[in-house]
Design a protein around this ligand. Structure first.
Ligand SMILES: [Zn+2]
Length: 78
């Protein structure tokens, strides 16, 4: 028998690490780190970064949930 209540998984995640998804950012709002984990695909011919998932980003330092930025999200781009 497991002692872990099934409903606690989602709430534990949001308490222990920040959730800043929805706001594109290049630096973690929680710890200030600019090292961000993303899920990406690479071009098989050039090995260049081809695309990355915006809503699957996470701070590499504190594991806060982030939304990855794109160039058009930059304030100077508008
Ligand atoms: Zn962080």
């Amino acid at each position: 028998m497991s002692d872990i209540p099934p409903k606690s998984l989602g709430s534990v995640q949001s308490v222990e690490m920040g959730n800043f998804r929805g706001i594109p950012t290049c630096a973690c709002p929680a710890c200030g780190s600019n090292l961000i984990q993303i899920t990406a695909t690479f071009c098989p011919h050039t090995y260049e970064l081809e695309m990355y998932l915006l809503d699957n980003a996470q701070c590499a330092e504190c594991d806060a949930l982030l939304t990855a930025p794109t160039p058009i999200d930059h304030p100077a781009a508008s």
